[in-house]
Design a protein around this ligand. Structure first.
Ligand SMILES: [Zn+2]
Length: 293
C-alpha cells in the first residue's frame, strides 16, 4: 500500500499532494519485470498519475498520462482513478543504457527528450479531455510541472523520485505536486520557492524514514501546513474477462472468425497487470455471433 496525503497552507495560498509510492512502484516492477531505468521512468509517471488522479473532482473521473518520445522505451502509460489508485506499463520493459555522468539512472535518455506528455481526463460521460505539451526535459517531474504551467496556467512545483537498488528492487519511490492557488500572497510564493530550493531529493527523505505527510510539510515549509487527509493507495487494475470480451467483440465477426479458423484459440494479456485471458475456438465463435456475425 502507498499513502497519499493532501495538505494546505494555513493562509490557503498553496495546496500540496504528496505520496509514498514505494509499494506501488515495487508492484509495477514485479508485474512488468522492468530494467532499472524503466522502473524509474514508469515509477515516476505512475507516481505523478496517482497524485493527479487524487486531484480529480468527480468520484467516477479517471486520468491517464502518456509520454511518447524518441527514446528506446517507446510510450509509457499510467492511469489512475479519482482515489489515486494507479496502474501503468512501458512499451519496452527492458531498456539498458549507461548511467548519467552523476551516476543516476538516465530517465530522459530512456524516454527521449523530443516528444509529448499527454494528459487525458475522462469523466465517464462524453468525450474525454485530452491535453498535450511538448516535453521539457524527459525527466517527468519537469514535464508535469510544465503541463500545469502551459496548459492550465497553474504555477506548480513537482518532484518525483524512484530509488532502484543494485538487485533491481524498488527501495523508495514517491513525490509531490504543489500548486499555488489564485490569490496566493507574495510571501507565500516566496516561501514555496524557498522550500522547493531547500528540498532534498524525495527518495533521500523516504529512504531516511520520512512519510508522505513529511514530504508535504517540507514542501509547504514556512506556511504552517495542515494535513487535510491521508489515504491508502495501491497498484490496481480493474480488468475483467467481460471487458476483454467486449474488446474482442469490437474487432468484428470477420476478424473473430478468422482468428478461430487460423489460431483455433485466443490469448489476450492485459497490458497493465499481465493477467492472461484465454478463449477457446467455440468461445471466439460465440463472441462473433454476439456481434451479429
Ligand atoms: Zn489488468
Amino acid at each position: 500500500m502507498g499513502t497519499l496525503v493532501r495538505a494546505i497552507a494555513q493562509e490557503g495560498g498553496a495546496v500540496c499532494y504528496a505520496i509514498d509510492s514505494t509499494d506501488i512502484v515495487a508492484e509495477a516492477e514485479r508485474i512488468h519485470e522492468t530494467s532499472a531505468v524503466v522502473t524509474a521512468a514508469l515509477g515516476r509517471l505512475i507516481t505523478a498519475a496517482s497524485l493527479m488522479g487524487a486531484m480529480l473532482k468527480g468520484e467516477e473521473d479517471s486520468l491517464t498520462l502518456r509520454i511518447t518520445a524518441d527514446g528506446p522505451i517507446g510510450s509509457v502509460i499510467a492511469a489512475a482513478d479519482a482515489e489515486g489508485n494507479v496502474k501503468g506499463y512501458a512499451q519496452n520493459s527492458v531498456v539498458e543504457i549507461p548511467l548519467k555522468s552523476n551516476g543516476k539512472l538516465d530517465v530522459s535518455g530512456a524516454l527521449g527528450k523530443n516528444g509529448h506528455l499527454y494528459v487525458i481526463r475522462d469523466s465517464g460521460a462524453g468525450e474525454p479531455y485530452v491535453g498535450l505539451v511538448p516535453l521539457r526535459s524527459g525527466e517527468v517531474a519537469e514535464d508535469i510541472a510544465g503541463y500545469f504551467a502551459d496548459s492550465e496556467q497553474v504555477p506548480t512545483v513537482c518532484a518525483l523520485g524512484v530509488l532502484v537498488g543494485p538487485d533491481l528492487t524498488v527501495q523508495a519511490a514517491g513525490g509531490y505536486i504543489l500548486q499555488l492557488l489564485p490569490g496566493a500572497a507574495e510571501e507565500e510564493i516566496s516561501a514555496v520557492e524557498a522550500a522547493a530550493a531547500a528540498m532534498p531529493p524525495v527518495t533521500s527523505l523516504l529512504a531516511g524514514g520520512a512519510d508522505a505527510g513529511e514530504l508535504a510539510r517540507r514542501a509547504l515549509a514556512g506556511l504552517d501546513p495542515e494535513i487535510l487527509d491521508s489515504r491508502p493507495v495501491e497498484y490496481r487494475c480493474a480488468c475483467t474477462r467481460e471487458r476483454v470480451e467486449r474488446a474482442l467483440i469490437s474487432l468484428g465477426p470477420r476478424e473473430l472468425e478468422a482468428m478461430a479458423r487460423e489460431d483455433g484459440q485466443a490469448e489476450v494479456s492485459c497490458h497493465f497487470c499481465r493477467r492472461q485471458y484465454r478463449f477457446s475456438k467455440s468461445e471466439i465463435l460465440d463472441l462473433a455471433k454476439r456481434n451479429g456475425g
